[in-house]
Design a protein around this ligand. Structure first.
Ligand code: DUC
Ligand code: ZN
Length: 478
């Protein structure tokens, strides 16, 4: 048979394939980067890949990660799009959604244009951007935001805390109102700003600068309040929101209550709230700085409540919030570095999926389908990428991760592909690892070898996840 007569460019044969309706023993025929056929006994492809004894999952969609984030905490992140997306694909992720971040005084369009330039020549895998709105001027609300949403950045993030980023409630209402009209998703970083600033000032004055005060100055009560406030503002405007990186049981409880009332409130959590704890930050030396992020991991007993939230549907998205700093930068103030000088964030784009697979699927807590939904399908749906991404279905991009469910791996920073000098998960043992990653039909990672080139990733214009509303919120019609 000559090459042109092959019905498929690639056939993945003999694996257990996680389809939306359940796991099935089917072959996957790939043509022109898309899934063309799903059936047992497919004819030969130009390239053949055995998935015998393996599980084939939709490639991960990491809907919260920071890459080449500028300017942030006075410096840019350790990973640019090259190392960050490489790390992602080696951990079974095939699509990322990082943030184009506008701070007060910046023009969002310029930030987005700059971010496109940073990503285009470097990304290994496909991406779209969330828009962080840090300065909602009338011009931004009326012109820039609708235009950027039309161009395929259909999710907006607002912060309730942090200098240069935080919006007041009036401004949040303005952003929610535009999102409602445009059918965009609004993500909220929900911590109480005054609590954080007041407690931080108090501890600094009292010379309480050790790492543990990072946790105490970001109290769970503040997260609960800010979460409830964000939900309330979205309820006034009658538009969906997604609460980012839920760490505290009390915040999860607010989300659960809102869902019970039928509100379109969605929520995300991250590995650091299942696998790290406040106790890991409270170390006698500065090594706990590796676990410093916001909101912080909570006391260890809180982890069970985050698991409960993931399993009962309260938290439907599992993202990394990959925010890679070098450890040396985290502790650049020397042995007495105060907690306020430690840049927030942990790396985790490559370990996100194996950690959850190991403790969730192999740990008997969740099914393969739940795993696929949390890590791929639901984020793709909520951010307008479904069904192109996030699912193994005919017509979808052939973005796949092939897992060896039995492989035991001890996580070491030296085996990861991010640019940062540490992982907070060093020495953790996991069971299950993505041994092959396929992006738009190309094998980009196989048995420890990378065969991808920077710049092969594409910007994917996201669809609007919700129907644009022409009717005003009812409160304005009264
Ligand atoms: N918290 C965030 O909200 N984003 C990135 C880093 C962090 O710790
Ligand atoms: Zn983040």
């Amino acid at each position: 048979m000559n090459g042109e007569n092959f019905p498929f460019d690639l056939v993945i044969r003999g694996g257990t394939v996680v389809l939306p309706e359940g796991a099935a023993e089917v072959d996957i025929g790939v043509r022109d980067g898309r899934i063309a056929e799903l059936a047992a006994g497919l004819p030969a492809g130009r390239e053949e890949l055995s998935a015998e004894g393996r599980i084939v999952l939709p490639g991960g969609v990491d809907a919260h990660c920071h890459m080449d984030q500028q300017p942030w905490e006075g410096r840019s992140t350790a990973d640019d799009f090259q190392s960050g997306t490489l790390s992602a694909l080696c951990g079974g992720t095939t699509t990322i959604i990082p943030f184009a971040m506008q701070m007060r005084g910046q023009a969002l369009s310029e930030v987005v244009a700059d971010y496109h330039e940073r990503a285009l020549p470097k990304a290994h895998i496909d991406y779209t951007f969330h828009l962080i709105v840090g300065d909602p001027t009338q011009q931004l609300l009326e012109e820039e935001l609708p235009r950027l949403i039309a161009e395929g950045c259909t999710s907006v993030k607002v912060y309730l805390t942090y200098e240069g980023l935080k919006l007041d409630d009036y401004e949040v209402l303005e952003v929610l109102n535009v999102a409602r009209r445009e059918g965009a998703m609004v993500m909220v970083h929900a911590e109480n700003d005054a609590c954080i600033r007041w407690l931080t000032d108090h501890f600094l004055k009292a010379r309480k600068t050790q790492l543990r005060y990072h946790v105490v100055s970001h109290p769970a009560i503040g997260d609960r309040e800010a979460t409830f406030r964000a939900i309330s503002l979205a309820e006034v405007i009658e538009t969906p929101i997604l609460v980012c990186h839920v760490s505290a049981a009390a915040a999860a409880e607010e989300i659960r209550r809102a869902k019970k009332r039928g509100l379109p409130v969605y929520a995300e959590t991250c590995p650091q709230y299942l696998f790290l704890a406040a106790e890991d930050i409270d170390t006698p030396d500065l090594s706990g700085a590796m676990c410093v992020c916001t909101p912080p991991p909570r006391p260890r007993e809180n982890q069970a409540e985050i698991w409960r939230g993931l399993l009962d549907g309260t938290l439907e998205v599992f993202s990394s919030d990959h925010s890679p700093w070098h450890y040396r930068d985290k502790i650049s103030g020397g042995p007495d570095t105060p907690f306020t000088r430690i840049p927030n964030g942990v790396p985790g784009i490559e370990t996100r999926l194996p950690l959850l697979f190991s403790a969730g699927v192999n740990g008997g807590r969740m099914s393969l389908m739940q795993f696929a939904e949390l890590t791929s399908t639901t984020p793709a749906r909520l951010y307008g990428l479904y069904p192109r991404k996030g699912v193994i279905a005919i017509g979808s991009d052939a973005d796949l991760a092939i897992w060896d469910a039995g492989r035991e791996v001890t996580i070491r920073n030296s085996m990861l592909h991010h640019a940062t000098d540490h992982t907070p998960y060093e020495d953790m043992v996991v069971h299950g690892w993505p041994v092959t990653t396929i992006s738009r039909g190309e094998i980009v990672w196989h048995e420890g070898k990378v065969s991808s080139t920077p710049g092969r990733g594409r910007f994917i214009a996201a669809e609007r996840p919700f129907t644009p509303q022409t009717r005003l919120p009812s409160v304005l019609e009264s």
